[in-house]
Design a protein around this ligand. Structure first.
Ligand SMILES: C[S@@+](CC[C@H](N)C(=O)[O-])C[C@H]1O[C@@H](n2cnc3c(N)ncnc32)[C@H](O)[C@@H]1O
Length: 240
């Protein structure tokens, strides 16, 4: 709670997960006792610091010190989207300085990197908050699935982005919403964020994910052939 108050009081740049959604993220991560996590979309690092703090407090409840990498976080850029003068992850030093050695930040990368830097079957939780244009959130899910332990959870941010985009007068993006709303099985949501439980047998997700892959892409049409190839590769990886 101290940490949440600190992060909610911090001047969060526009585009960061806001205080109410941070509470949801913290509640799910702590309730499931997550201590090994992955984040796609670091930006300022506010959510990275929060997730690492939850992992550390879960370990502390078991009288264990933080050990190794608690959170791996990946961002496509090297400078913060909201403030180009700052590096990706700059808020970690303020919000969770002692946990910085336990947070692995990878910049100028995407979820394909996770395949090589995260041990298969090791993650309790993955937070997907990168590119929200379909098919990116789907590609992220496919690249992450083999890294999750049975019964782990995924959290999608911006599940209500189409409505928010309408209010702001910016293009609607359905990538996260389609995955969350049609997800088969147990799920929870609040406002603009949603959590889904992974089934014990990940192969049961294949038909659902293939159906989502057929929906019209939201990325630039000039790249559609490349995205089709990326999807094919990610399906092979997820369901090898
Ligand atoms: C909404 S921000 C993340 C906010 C952050 N989770 C927080 O609230 O503290 C989205 C970030 O995803 C990054 N991004 C965009 N496309 C990506 C991709 N394909 N893979 C990884 N990161 C991506 C952007 O550079 C941006 O920093």
């Amino acid at each position: 709670m101290d940490f949440l108050e600190k992060v909610a009081a911090a001047e969060l740049p526009i585009g960061n997960v806001g205080p109410a959604n941070l509470c949801f993220l913290a509640a799910v991560a702590s309730t499931i006792g997550a201590t090994r996590m992955l984040e796609i979309g670091t930006a300022s690092g506010a959510t990275s610091a929060l997730l690492a703090a939850i992992a550390a407090s879960t370990l502390a409840e078991q009288n264990l010190p933080p050990a190794g990498i608690l959170l791996t976080t990946i961002d496509k850029k090297s400078r913060c989207l909201f403030d180009d003068s700052k590096p990706i992850g700059f808020m970690i030093a303020d919000l969770a300085p002692t946990l910085a050695p336990h947070i692995a930040i990878h910049t100028e990368q995407d979820s394909y990197l996770a395949r090589t830097v995260v041990q298969p079957g090791s993650l309790d939780l993955a937070f997907i908050d990168g590119n929200h244009q379909h098919p990116w959130p789907l590609i992220d899910v496919l690249n992450i699935l083999p890294l999750m332990r049975p019964g782990a959870w995924l959290i999608f941010h911006d599940t209500d982005l189409p409505a928010i985009a309408t209010q702001l007068g910016v293009p609607q993006r359905y990538g996260a919403q389609w995955l969350f709303e049609s997800w088969p099985g147990h799920k929870l949501s609040s406002d603009n964020i949603g959590a889904v439980a992974l089934p014990q047998d990940l192969r049961t997700l294949r038909a659902f994910l293939e159906a989502i892959s057929m929906r019209p892409f939201e990325v630039s049409e000039s790249g559609w052939n490349r995205y089709r190839k990326m999807l094919a590769d990610s399906f092979s990886y997820a369901f090898q």
